[in-house]
Ligand binder design. Structure first.
Ligand code: ADP
Length: 262
């Protein structure tokens, strides 16, 4: 009976998800959550059925990015229902469950692992075309358990910035995936140049092309170069989603490339 066998329950949940995508980054603040949210919304707007799982136990930002901060998942005896964003996108985040934003989440490894497992096992995801998982930065316990729980079919999207210092982080993330036997769908270079709001010209703020060169070197696809746009920050703060509200701008077009690659 599946209720008594967690392994079976997990297998069954995972088997109902066609594509499993895990968004990784070497360090925080590079736009990993932004990419995860825009990818999820981009797919949902194409009519795909999408689950978005935020396993960042220290700074869950997905509820804010999607204007879902006041929502609570519906609880049943044996499972939780993810929070719907629209009829195609369903969201689960620790942010829905902890009482306040200021609550410091100081949990030890095993507790975090258990929680991530529960997010997969005990959330009624149903049949999905895609599950997008927003991981905490780095190559620590959380991304490790996500990839292990989802299995080797799960593909990684690695988000980075163009600075030279990010190169080692990407290398580490690619090696991490290789060691676990998970394919890398590709690298996304975010904050790659700045588009002038007045003239529309793109200026490279940091040296550009680092991600592209590195992708080539490491033999993984390069998916997109998303420029900086103050509207990305605003859309994050106000909880509307850039790819939906700014379709004609350069960053949204680059985000669409990630959607196409998925
Ligand atoms: P991470 O998940 O990697 O920590 P976030 O997605 O939370 O990063 O992004 C960090 C900050 O950078 C947020 O304020 C976000 O709005 C901003 N940001 C991300 N991508 C861009 C971009 N292309 N242009 C401008 N600001 C961005």
């Amino acid at each position: 009976d599946e209720a008594s066998c967690p392994e079976e329950k997990l297998k069954k949940t995972v088997s109902r998800i066609k594509h499993k995508l895990v968004v990784l980054s070497g360090k925080g603040g590079v736009g990993k959550s932004t990419v995860a949210v825009n990818l999820a919304v981009g797919l949902a707007l194409q009519g795909k059925k999408v689950g978005l799982l935020d396993v960042d136990v220290h700074g869950p930002s997905i509820p804010r990015l999607l204007s879902l901060k006041k929502e609570k998942p519906h609880m049943e005896k044996n499972y939780m229902e993810p929070v719907p964003w629209n009829k195609n996108l369903f969201v689960m985040s620790l942010g829905f469950l902890i009482p306040s934003e200021k609550e410091a989440v100081i949990w030890r490894g095993p507790v975090k692992m258990g929680l991530i497992r529960q997010f997969l096992e005990d959330v009624a995801w149903g049949d999905l075309d895609y599950l997008i998982v927003d991981c905490p930065p780095g190559t620590g316990d959380e991304p490790l358990s996500v990839l292990q729980l989802l299995g080797s079919e799960a593909k990684a999207i690695i988000v980075t910035t163009p600075q030279g210092v990010a190169v080692d982080d990407v290398r580490r993330s690619v090696t991490f995936c290789a060691q676990l036997g998970n394919p890398v769908l590709g690298i996304v270079e975010n904050m790659s140049g700045f588009v002038c709001p007045k003239c529309g010209e793109r200026t490279d703020v940091f040296s550009s092309g680092g991600g592209e060169g590195l992708a080539k070197e490491m033999g993984v696809p390069f998916l997109a170069k998303i420029p900086l746009d103050p509207e990305v920050v605003r859309s994050g703060e106000e909880g509307y989603v850039y790819i939906k509200t700014h379709q004609d701008r350069e960053p949204a077009k680059e985000m669409q490339k990630v959607v196409q690659a998925a």
